[in-house]
Structure formats: C-alpha cells, structure tokens
Design a protein around this ligand. Sequence first.
Ligand code: NAG
Ligand code: NAG
Ligand code: NAG
Ligand code: NAG
Length: 359
Amino acid sequence: MTFVSVQVTFLYCCSTSLSSAEISPCAKWSPHGKTVAGNGLVGDTLTQLATPRGIFIMKRMNTLYIADSGNYRVQMLPLSQSSNLATTVVFDVREPSKIYVDDDENGPTIYISVFIGNRVEKWTKEASKGIQLGDECRSCFGIAVDKEKNVYMSELDREDVLKWSPQTNLTKVVAGQTDQRGTTDKYLSSPHGLYFDRNSDTLYIADSGNNRIQKWKKDALSGSQVAGSNTSTPSADTGSLDEPEGVWVDELTKIVYVADTMNNRIIRWLPNTSVGDIIAGGEGSGNATNQFNSPSDLAFDSEGNLYVCDTWNHRVQMFSIIDNKPCSSTSTGKRQIYSNWIMITIILSILRCIIEGLF
Ligand SMILES: *[C@@H]1O[C@H](CO)[C@@H](O)[C@H](O)[C@H]1NC(C)=O
Ligand SMILES: *[C@@H]1O[C@H](CO)[C@@H](O)[C@H](O)[C@H]1NC(C)=O
Ligand SMILES: *[C@@H]1O[C@H](CO)[C@@H](O)[C@H](O)[C@H]1NC(C)=O
Ligand SMILES: *[C@@H]1O[C@H](CO)[C@@H](O)[C@H](O)[C@H]1NC(C)=O
C-alpha cells in the first residue's frame, strides 16, 4: 500500500517536473510563428513597436520585456494575455538595445543598455527615471548580470566588454581589446548581445563582426568559440553565422541558441560541434510566419516556447514547442548530451519531490 502510493507520488511528481520545461537538445518548434507583440507595422502606439532589438522573459511572472529601440522605451506584457497591448515601463532612453530583468525582492529591476545614450541604466520597479551604472559604455549594446549583480556591457564600437561591480563601483574591460578588432581569441569585433551562464561563471558574446559566438570564462584573457565557422567569414551554410546579434544559453545542457541576424534564422549549436541546426526561420528575409527580417534576440518561456525579436518586422514572434522528446538513439552525436540532460532532469525532479515533502 505504502509502496504503491510512494510510486504514484513519485511518478506524478516526476511527470509534472519533466513537463516543466527543460528543453531537449532535439526539441522542435512550430515552423510558423504567432505575433505576440507589435502588429508588424512600425509605430508608437501601445500595440506597436519600432525596430525592437532586445527581449527578456521574466519566468516567475511570465512577462515579456521588449527593448523598443526606435521608440526609446521598454514595453512589458504578460504572456498569458491574448492581446498585443503592452505597458511602457521605461521611457526616454535613447535607443535601448538589450535588457536584463532581475527578479529582486522589491519587484522587477530592469537593466538596459542604452545605445545612443552610451550607458547602462537601472530602473527599479515603478521608477520614473533610471540611474547610470558604471562609466561610459560607448555604443552600448549587450547586457548581462551575474549572481553578484556585476553588470556586463558590450561596447559595439570599441570591440570590448566592460564589467561594472556594485561592490567597488569600478568599471573594467573583461573581454576583447579596446579599440582593436581581430579574429584571434583575444579579440572581438562589434560585440553585440551577451548571455551570462551563472552555473559555469561564463560570459557568452555574440561576436558579430567575426560571425561567431565566443565564450569567456571568468577572469580569462582570451575566449573560445562555441558557434560559427573557424574562418570568421559570414555564410549561410549551417556551419556558419552571419553577423549574429543575440545569444541565449541553456545553462543545463550548454546548448547555444543564436539569433543569426543576417541569415534571418535562429540556429542551435550543441557543445563541441562544428555545425548548427536551424530551429526557426531560414526561409529568407520577409514577413511571412516562417520568416524574419533581421532577428536580433531570442528567449524561451518556462514551457520552452521560443520568442524571437524580429527587428525590421517590428514584432515579436512566438514559436510553440511541438516536440520536447529526448533525442532518438540514432542521433549519436546528441546521445551524450541528452543523457546528461535526462540525468540532471531526474536529479532535479527527485530534489523537488524531497523539497515538497512528498517522500
Ligand atoms: C509584408 O510583405 C508584403 C510583401 O513584401 C507587403 O506587401 C506587406 O505590406 C507586408 N506586410 C506588413 C504588415 O508589413
Ligand atoms: C560611482 O562612480 C561614478 C563615476 O563612475 C560616480 O558618479 C558615482 O557617484 C559613484 N557612486 C558611488 C555610490 O560612489
Ligand atoms: C575549419 O573547419 C573545416 C570544416 O569543419 C575543417 O575542414 C578545417 O580543417 C578547419 N580549419 C582549421 C584551421 O581548424
Ligand atoms: C567539449 O570538449 C571539451 C574538451 O575537448 C570537454 O572538456 C568538454 O567536456 C566537452 N563538452 C561537452 C558538453 O561534451
């Protein structure tokens, strides 16, 4: 009797845990996106956007934040709603590029890289004005925040990434060589989007001018490539990228998802592989449901649905996850990564069961 109930509890517990969104390395999304923000026409009403360049999903509140660059504002909308009506939460910022939303006790705190304003601003909940963090960030594009709330910011025109520490109030270069572009591992070229992996203390950089994604471990003096070709030349084959502007990293599997901007596609790169696979777009530039016009950022919600910031279509597209099954045993290259993934998932499930006191 007890045995049966424990079994049932375990299965129930694990099945709910498994369905809540660890993304399989072989997951598939609908090829057709649905517009969730903007209406496809450039404009400044609350249902429109103008060249959005960054998106962020705050999982706990299930809300989408959009750097509505051309309108100098940040828009927010609940993902549970069916309309594209957004609320303005940040305004008068001269071209916000990317955003990071921190789930503070006092409510969401928004960090914004401000491109023309050459700085990073932090807006606390319901603020009417932001505060600058750190020194000048020239042509500030990417932003990321680590566990200690250090802020990483990319200087697009200066080929480097800065880090500001709230403990010391100092800003220093942590990746690339200031004002020098290059193709070897100590250089960057027009760094765009950033992603900080809190599990491995590693910064991922969309090294746009070099058509690659680089990762820089904390305190490293050079980076290493995780996506793109080894020649740093742009191309549309699946072993290359073309001026990628956004990167999103799965902290469990280390799979790198790239907004491959000039190729008008979202591409997934497994660790230690030399080719990626296209998960959305890749059908040329256009405004059809399976197309993009310069996608610059991406994010996933807690169910694994994919959101893409479709800059020159002035919209955010959502692609439903339609298959989150494990990789089949025939895709040998993915087997190891998958087994790591399933192991971590099971461990997390068991931990969750224990924490919830169900054992
Ligand atoms: C989508 O593209 C077509 C063809 O280029 C164009 O006629 C149409 O106006 C576009 N729609 C929007 C909403 O921009
Ligand atoms: C941090 O440094 C900036 C200059 O980079 C200065 O304007 C600001 O007042 C400093 N903040 C604190 C709390 O010391
Ligand atoms: C670059 O990649 C290609 C294809 O994967 C490979 O054939 C070539 O040897 C690599 N070149 C270098 C310098 O690593
Ligand atoms: C990738 O390769 C490196 C060294 O070749 C290895 O240390 C690392 O564990 C590999 N990563 C994965 C996820 O297989």
